[in-house]
Each structure stands twice: as C-alpha cells, then as structure tokens.
Write a protein of this length. Structure first.
Length: 106
C-alpha cells in the first residue's frame, strides 16, 4: 500500500482495492474477500495515523519521526503537570486564607 502512495498522494478506496486484486488475486472468488480485507487494513492504517480519510479519498500523512512524537508528548505532559501544579497551589492558598479567617473569628 505504501508503494501505491509513492506515486500518488491521494487515492480512492476502490482504486486501491482494484489494484491489489488485479496484482494478487488468483481466483475470481477471492476478489470480494480481498476487497474486504483491504478496507480493514486501510481502516487500521487510518486509526494508526498513517493515512487520513476524506470521504472515499485516502491521503498519506507526512509521518513524524519517533523522536518528534516523543518530544510532543513530553511537552503535553509538562503542560498538564504545570496546570495541575497551579491548581494545587491555588487550593493551598485558599486553604491558608480560610484557616486565617477561622483563627480571626475565634
């Protein structure tokens, strides 16, 4: 499948299955089964982020390197951690204010 996309950036589902059936099918009964398996494989590759689907068209996505993906995830984790830390700090400040007010009331 990847080789098909080396020539074309965008292909239709039906064209992909037709090419694969023509190249690999030995019996006419196999074509329906192969077509179903091609659609299954395409859906897996779309879910994995290798391709994007727009209607009947399928496009190959530019792949990031593993390192880029890891760095992106690290950045997200750091941002999430910083947000959580800010929330914790704000709660501590509010708790301290509340304790001071309670002491003044007594």
């Amino acid at each position: 499948m990847i080789k098909l996309f080396e020539r074309n950036r965008r292909l239709k589902y039906s064209n992909i299955s037709k090419i694969l059936i023509d190249n690999f099918s030995s019996e006419s009964n196999d074509s329906r089964n192969i077509k179903r398996r091609v659609y299954d494989a395409i859906n897996v590759m779309v879910a994995a982020g290798l391709f994007s689907k727009n209607g009947d068209n399928l496009e190959k996505r530019e792949s990031k390197t593993y390192r880029d993906k890891v760095d992106g995830l690290k950045g997200q984790l750091v941002n999430d951690f910083n947000k959580q830390q800010t929330i914790v700090n704000n709660k501590k400040m509010l708790a301290n204010r509340l304790n001071k007010r309670k002491q003044k009331i007594k």
